[in-house]
Design a protein around this ligand. Structure first.
Ligand code: GDP
Ligand code: MN
Length: 372
């Protein structure tokens, strides 16, 4: 779940990172009043969950409250990056001497956190393509970045003197936010150098981990970025547009299975139940997958560790009894597997007793082809 800039900046502020003084506004008049309180010279920024606002008229400098009101009304009356702004952020205008890019992210290849520092500004993506992107170092998730690592990074990125020390400090604080929020991304671009050694976060892009939020019982808001994604009643569902439905008992198993299906067919969805399988949840999971348009078959791939898959099988049987109209193949292993197999076979599900998910995909696709 991606946070709005103003929400992200609040987390940065709590971690001790300087952010511009500012307030959200919902109208031109409100923005003008805020600008007056802030001394007149402000930036007015569209609150949309997208980058590149500066290049699309979503970040405007105003030199007096009247101009701030006009800029806010303009921004609120149109779209920025194709999205309707959820308010504008009115902030004191910074005197920016230099722009840095600072972030903590997950390196998808090594699956570990990385700390990044480089030149900032609105052209960073172009630089990255040109090989002049930010410098990076991988971080042990348990210890966080070491002082020596940060020192080497700020030097490699070309910062010196008081600014280098401030950048190292800012990276440490970004790490604290990343760690404390279990974030997937904490990015500040630009991290504005306003004077020698004085850094202010002029932007904030924070992406939180929906799974971590859910596990902590915190609300997950639909940020509209992940396509059709739902998290409700103990399962996560993502529509993928194909015609082979899928139910899995965990995210890792689910992703591996989506990949196996995708080698030979088109997955209709990703669905994972997590560790809370029950008769009722499994019936709902079946109903949700069967609601996908143009579905040609359903693959169930569940593992009984903490999950009572034999109880889940009863929920699948409940839905099968109503008639599903497409082949359903299940691979179900682990605790209570024999009981599970018996319930599923009785209900008309083809059960694969093999350890390899490939066998289950084979069987389902055979059955789908046989019907075509
Ligand atoms: P983005 O385009 O969505 O990443 O939006 P940013 O918040 O990063 O703003 C885009 C650009 O506007 C930044 O790279 C800065 O150059 C500029 N900008 C943002 N805030 C200020 C400010 O307070 N003062 C000045 N002079 N420029 C700013
Ligand atoms: Mn930015």
């Amino acid at each position: 779940m991606r946070l709005h800039e103003h929400e992200g900046k609040e987390l940065l502020r709590q971690a001790g990172i300087a952010v511009p003084r500012g307030e959200l506004a919902a109208s031109g008049a409100q923005a003008a009043a805020t600008a007056r309180r802030l001394g007149g010279q402000v930036v007015v920024k569209a609150q949309v969950l997208a980058g590149g606002r500066g290049r699309d008229g979503g970040v405007r400098v105003a030199t007096d409250p009247g101009a701030a009101g006009k800029a806010a009304a303009d921004i609120l009356g149109t779209t920025c990056r194709g999205l309707r702004p959820e308010g504008v952020l009115v902030e004191e205008r910074l005197r920016i001497a230099d722009e840095l890019y600072a972030a903590v992210a997950i390196d998808p290849e090594r699956a570990c956190p990385v700390v990044l520092l480089g030149r900032g500004g609105v052209d960073v993506e172009d630089q990255a393509h040109g090989g002049a992107g930010p410098k990076r170092c991988t971080v042990d998730p348990d210890t966080g970045p070491m002082a020596a690592q940060l020192q080497a990074l700020v030097a490699e990125a070309g910062t010196t003197g008081a600014t280098a020390a401030a950048a190292a400090q800012a990276l440490r604080q970004l790490w604290q936010v990343f760690r404390g929020e279990q974030a997937l991304l904490v990015e500040v671009n630009p991290l504005a150098v306003v004077s020698d050694g004085e850094l202010v976060a002029a932007d904030a892009v924070i992406e939180l981990d929906d799974a971590a939020l859910a596990a902590a019982g915190r609300p997950v808001r639909d940020d509209g970025i992940g396509g059709r994604r739902e998290r409700s009643g103990g399962m996560t569902f993502v529509e993928l547009g194909g015609d082979i439905g899928l139910i899995c008992s965990g995210a890792g198993l689910g992703m591996a299975t989506v990949d196996l299906i995708a080698e030979r067919a088109r997955p209709a969805n990703f669905l994972e139940t997590g560790g809370g399988i029950s008769r009722e949840l499994m019936a709902r999971a079946m109903a949700r997958v069967l609601a996908c348009r143009g579905l040609r078959g359903v693959l169930i791939n569940i593992y009984g560790g903490i999950n009572p898959i034999h109880e889940g099988a009863l929920g699948i049987a409940d839905v099968m009894a109503r008639g599903v109209g497409v082949p359903v193949v299940a691979k179900a292993l682990g605790n209570h597997q024999e009981e599970t197999w018996a319930i599923l076979e009785q209900a008309g599900v083809a059960v694969v007793r093999d350890l390899a998910t490939e066998r289950a995909v084979d069987l389902l696709l055979q059955q789908v082809e046989a019907r075509a």
